[in-house]
Design a protein around this ligand. Sequence first.
Ligand code: SME
Length: 171
Amino acid sequence: MRHIVYAMDISTLFAQLQGKCLQLLNQPQPLDRNLRSICRLLQENVPHYDWVGIYWALYGESPELVLGPYAGAPTEHTRIAFGQGICGQAAERQATFVVQDVAAEQNYLSCSLLVKSEIVVPILQGGKVIGELDIDSHTPAPFMEEDRGLLEWLAAEIASRTQGLPLGLQE
Ligand code: SME
């Protein structure tokens, strides 16, 4: 149940944002810059998205997530081991993880006391996690099917554009 007021119906807003995301993804410049613009677009236009970022998966001795483009306050969590926190759990499960109340989640890495909820959507390529979309919200329990739909669509679009690209840490 959302407690904030939206300027338009959420489906209309998300349909508009989907179109804008596609335009940004198709800009002829490095993917990383386009993804930074997408993070900013979502963070500025969705009232319950307060931090929007992308982590890339790094398969070294033990798999971890490294911070890529993001919009919002800087985070200390620039590297997260698979299994750790909401991000690491989503990577292990290879499935979207919605946490409507982060205070009720024991395996959670806090960035700020302002954050009340989080959704993490793995970016999958050939059955492997290559990255994740991560959204933090200052609103309690704001995520609905529309959020999952938009973010899973975006994760698939990103996956289709990252084949063979070096994806790395940006602090
Ligand atoms: N809260 C996350 C850590 C990353 S930040 O939200 C940017 C987690 O528990 O994995």
